[in-house]
Design a protein around this ligand. Structure first.
Ligand code: ATP
Ligand code: MG
Length: 284
């Protein structure tokens, strides 16, 4: 897939949503545009509306969750309020926090094939796509295994592979590494990075461990109490001094940047990795 950086895949205009029975809006006045090929990190304190926003991207809001929806959301050309989720699911793949809750079948192979059958593809196309993802994700040893026989990291890999087999335009991941050990978390993130860089897949990821994603994301959105309070290139957003007060766990290297700044040692840019911090210190 060739990435076209100026093509808008998701556009929200003043979107607000209040769950049925709730007193407050879970998201309020959200306006944003996400372009093809972007890698967007979404952060913010618990309960600020990150998952709710993800549910708008794949149409679960307002089609599945009941409540009050205001504004307009267009995803891959479809107005989500007027489009059944089975159509949107062709364009937007979704991976959640608990891998075991999104794998339903007795084997990995069946898991992947099911989504493809649902698309109504002929059997030769299903076989071709299955082969493709098995190669790309190196799933051969896992194909005949049951989801419960897999590690958390392998389960997330299978969940992502099952999405990718459907060739979505956008992959939305809601805290995909929350239940994983650091090594498996890194594997999953490396895989998502590869999909973005090699295939131009648009990625939106909710992740508390900012230091994992900041070096690879192109954009960072900070939410607070249902609103977007910061949105821009990662380095620019991380150079805002008030992020901690907005409930964002900034990477250690960014903390060090600000501590140095307080002592009048001004680095050229906010570092995103320990290596970048080292380079900046060596320069000065
Ligand atoms: N299915 C639901 N029904 C009613 N209220 C909900 C539902 N899901 C979320 N909410 C409420 O909407 C608000 C936003 O929740 P949401 O899950 O989107 O936050 P979040 O940023 O994803 O939090 P976390 O970091 O804990 O995952 C919260 O007040 C939450 O209680
Ligand atoms: Mg959430």
């Amino acid at each position: 897939m060739v990435s076209k950086p100026d093509r808008v895949l998701i556009e929200l205009r003043k979107v607000s949503f209040k769950y049925k029975g709730a007193t407050e809006y879970a998201i309020r006045d959200i306006s944003l545009r996400i372009h093809e090929g972007e890698f967007v990190l979404v952060v913010g304190p618990s309960g600020c509306g990150k998952t709710t926003l993800c549910r708008v991207f794949n149409g679960l809001i307002p089609n599945f969750y009941e409540g009050e929806f205001k504004g307009k959301a267009v995803v891959c050309g479809y107005d989500v309020a007027k489009t059944p989720t089975y159509i949107l699911s062709k364009y937007v793949g979704m991976v959640f926090q608990e891998p075991e809750n999104q794998l339903f079948f007795s084997t990995v192979e069946k898991e992947i094939v099911f989504g493809l059958e649902n698309l109504g593809l002929p059997s030769n196309e299903i076989a071709k796509r299955l082969n493709e993802v098995v190669e790309y994700f190196k799933l051969k040893p896992l194909l005949k295994k049951a989801p419960y026989e897999l590690s958390g990291g392998e389960q997330q890999k299978v969940a992502i592979a099952a999405c990718i087999a459907m060739r979505p335009k956008v992959l939305v991941l809601d805290e995909p590494t929350a239940n994983l050990d650091p090594m498996s978390a890194k594997d999953v993130i490396d895989l998502v990075k590869k999909l973005n860089r090699e295939r131009g897949l648009t990625v939106i990821i909710v992740e508390h461990r900012v230091e994992l994603i900041a070096p690879i994301a192109t954009r960072m959105i900070v939410m607070n109490r249902g609103r977007i309070v910061r949105d821009g290139p990662v380095r620019k957003v991380l150079s805002c001094e008030d992020l901690v007060s907005k409930g964002v766990a900034v990477p250690k290297v960014v903390e060090i940047y600000f501590k140095l700044k307080a002592k009048n040692i001004n680095l050229r840019t906010v570092p995103l990795t320990p290596e970048e911090l080292k380079q900046e210190l060596l320069r000065g």
